[in-house]
Write a protein that binds this ligand. Sequence first.
Ligand SMILES: *[C@@H]1O[C@H](CO)[C@@H](O)[C@H](O)[C@H]1NC(C)=O
Ligand SMILES: *[C@@H]1O[C@H](CO)[C@@H](O)[C@H](O)[C@H]1NC(C)=O
Ligand SMILES: *[C@@H]1O[C@H](CO)[C@@H](O)[C@H](O)[C@H]1NC(C)=O
Ligand SMILES: *[C@@H]1O[C@H](CO)[C@@H](O)[C@H](O)[C@H]1NC(C)=O
Length: 503
Amino acid sequence: MVAIEGRKRAMRLNLSNLVGCVMMVVTALVILNVVVILQSPRAEPDFFSQSQQSPDRDVSVFQPKAWGEDTRRPATAHNVTADLPRIKVKVISTQVCPGLSVEFSTSADGTFQRVDGYRALLYSAHLDEEEGVVRVVLLRLRTNPKGGLLCQGWYPGREGEPLEVVEGGIMDLPESHGRSFTTSLLTCPLAAKRDGSRLVAVSVVVKKCDVAPNLLFLSEVSNSTLRDFTVCVTPLNFRYSRAYELVEMIELNKVLGAQKIVFYNFSTGYNVDKALQYYTLRGDVEILPWHLPLRTDTWPPTKNPPEIHYFGQMAALNDCLYRYRASSRYIVFQDLDEFIVPKTYANWSEMVSVRQAKQPKVSAFQFRCVFFRKEWPKLAEDFEGNDVALRYNSVVLRHTLRETKILAHNVRSKFIVIPKKTKVVGIHTLWKHTGVIDKVPDSDALLHHYRSWESPNDQQPKLDDRTLVDKFGPRLVKKLAKSWEALSDIPLDVDLKSYGTSV
Ligand SMILES: *[C@@H]1O[C@H](CO)[C@@H](O)[C@H](O)[C@H]1NC(C)=O
Ligand SMILES: *[C@@H]1O[C@H](CO)[C@@H](O)[C@H](O)[C@H]1NC(C)=O
Ligand SMILES: *[C@@H]1O[C@H](CO)[C@@H](O)[C@H](O)[C@H]1NC(C)=O
Ligand SMILES: *[C@@H]1O[C@H](CO)[C@@H](O)[C@H](O)[C@H]1NC(C)=O
């Protein structure tokens, strides 16, 4: 049920840019003599192998709802090389490539798609109307040639010629840590409209008229519901089960100013799934499936190195940047155990507006990191919410001692960006942007990082820091109590061993 809901939402998201277009697409596809063939799942030896042209079967009419069906397998099986359900779309009347049939193949997880003749995994396509380009977020094997990818742009409503093929430019993003796959952006110079018809989707191919085994619908571009703060989080992994941490993270971020928190789902525990479902239904959270068909980190680690650094974190974060570029004034990048805590401002909103007024060229606000060590539990004296803090295992309220040492900007720092001025984000800083980074002084705000230390006996001087408790604690405990009442049927945490010997 959780899976189905999450899946439906994800599909809604994928298709939501088509609101208004969906009907147009349906009509256009009919006009264009498009035949959609929905094939039953079939096994495939290798995710990257050339697609086989198999005889068409089970011809049916185009039914968008068929796309929302949950076809995923249990979270333990990340190997999506097998059982890919395939949807074939045959476009008969393109003149540029007569008889070209586009084969739509969603992975079992509805996310990563392959390219024929090029080892890459495509995740998403985002339209930038101002620049007249589409950016495709992908993971590619580094030994591939750097060029040679073409983008087929689909304008289904365009009479006569629905297809435009252009050359794409590859840019590898940094922080791939020497893994065999790297995150890249493929930039395709495709206009948003051709003869009044909107660009709806792109396919990535090696030869102009190749039948692509992929079709990427453009993510939402509408800015009609502009919000202030969207928070983007690194993919959830290792059957992430710390529901107490997740619930607190969502609630505290909302108190600080977050309006939407975006999670990429590589793997989760059942309790976290239920909590995420609760917040998704309330509109606080967006879940994007992220079931990478690559060898990733495992616990315990194995001899084989992962093929991509840390669950494709760079791809997820940059996907998030482009996905919410038009719908969010600011995007916050921070992990589950990190919080950007303003000291001299009431909340994020006041902080960015005051600072932006002083520095109008700002493209991002960067915050210095300080460690609140989990080996140093300490409740704030005389805080009324301490019973709630203990009951729900609040991390931030139970740890009010921090190191005196505050790390420099760029060392484990996190940031809030103005997405229109940001091109590439990294883990701790921006790699490409068109403005000035505001290095927020520690007197004004800090990035609180709650973590266990590798060497617990290390004698770092400690300091009592009640900023968070005093400013945001009272509201946080009310929210924790309310949410955990609604979530009373799930455990705060789950022992990972219950999922088997490795996760
Ligand atoms: C995350 O993915 C797993 C595996 O597909 C699925 O079972 C689970 O329901 C998903 N969780 C959410 C919240 O979407
Ligand atoms: C993935 O599944 C395919 C087909 O079942 C199998 O041949 C392959 O060995 C699997 N790969 C991994 C990494 O488990
Ligand atoms: C939304 O986008 C349109 C078209 O790009 C632009 O004219 C308008 O100013 C934008 N609205 C806001 C609130 O940014
Ligand atoms: C942020 O603080 C300002 C100033 O106190 C207040 O007007 C505003 O409502 C607050 N916003 C949120 C989202 O809490």
